[in-house]
Design a protein around this ligand. Sequence first.
Ligand SMILES: [Zn+2]
Length: 486
Amino acid sequence: MPIFIFNLSRSKLKKTNEPPVKTNMEDHSRTIVHIDIDCFYAQVEEVKNPSLKLQPVGIQQKNCLVTSNYKAREYGLKKCMSVTEAKKLCPKLVLINGEDLQHYRQYSSKVSDLLRGFSDLVERLGLDENFIDVTALVNERMASNYTPVGCIYGDVSGTCDCGCYERLCIGSQIAQEMRDAIFEQLSLTTCAGIAHNKLLAKLVGSKNKPNKQTILFPDSALELMLGLQKVCDIPSIGVATGKVLNDIHIFTVKDLQSCQIRELEMAFDPLKAKHLKQLSYGVDESLVKPYAKPLTISLEDAKCLVTKQEVQDKLSELLGRLLILVKSDGRTPKVIKVSVRKYNPTTGGQRETRQCPLSVSLDNQTKLVEVAYGLFKKIITEQSFKVTLLGVGFSKFIDVPNQKNTLDGFFKQSSDVIEPPIKRIKLAKEERCLKCPPGVDIEVFGELPLEVQQELWDEHKSKERKVVSKGKVNTMLNYFSKEPRK
Ligand SMILES: [Zn+2]
């Protein structure tokens, strides 16, 4: 069980004459903070409409409850429950349609941008989670004050003397500052986990919720891992890997710890086998991968359109929403593109994209619709047509620095142009198409939290052939399509 300690100095915590627990399979030199926004979608709705705070609120996508506020959870509402079931449990439930992700994206970006003020190493995980490697900042603050802030998981006897205790305490102070900043600037409450690796930071952060933070010292890593029970409870072990493990009779974290590495190597490649073994002990060497701003910001709609007017109306609607996204992104796009899927009764149709340099001001929406329609006409030359998908997007972004009117600024802008790897984005998109359960909007699906994606998928298909891979989810469709920096 976790214990809660506030403002205790180490001398009071240090136990003596205890044999060191052998859990130090990795070095503890990093300090990682995992920040998770409490019931993200529901909180964003509450910020927009504070009267909702007093009511049970559920966010609905299709006929599925994707999250609910804590008031609603008192009724036993859970993620991925059907709306009918939720209503049965809580007849007064206020349901909000959460399929338009625009506001959520904006809040999500603001949180990550704010966290980047603390460290360049911010990795986004879905819309509501971030890993931050604060090692550099911690090292700057060493030799100051080592008072831990928040809850502490497990034992604090501190048998390791590599300095990790002090670093994690400073990390907890930084986590508190981050959470204060998010609350002051965006009115969102968050949970944080502080540990020496990503796996442990994520796991320990969920120990005390909502609006709390928890530190894990390395000595308690084993206790935390064994508390998980099933192998699939380890965040980076997905359903597919879990099934393979079960097939070789590994069900619990304890099983994974005690099995022979060669048993694992019969089912997985050696690297993966080693990685799985390490995970079971709470060892995770993976780095925080900083996110880059998206290379393309686009929106699309899979509606059937057959007339010029319908196409123009749809382009206007999409552009209206897209311009809000682009403006909140803060950069200037240099290219506009349009994607169309022409109906084909045998193949279902194939997506085609045309793009051109953007010579129109983003403030002139009417002209933008004309340009986009011009691109549409390059793909669809026939008078009579039927398209089943229409998308519009911007790419080749340049940062718009304040010094844009200076010569320096001009050259800086030119060199900041990023070439969008269009093919890779398309691949990621198609790949996720395969994984998206029928009846769920692909884009919505793609941007759901990891576990929701997985649960949704499990619900629709019990076969594990197309399981969402944890790593793939970072490649968020459109707005969140991620490429490693440089
Ligand atoms: Zn240590």
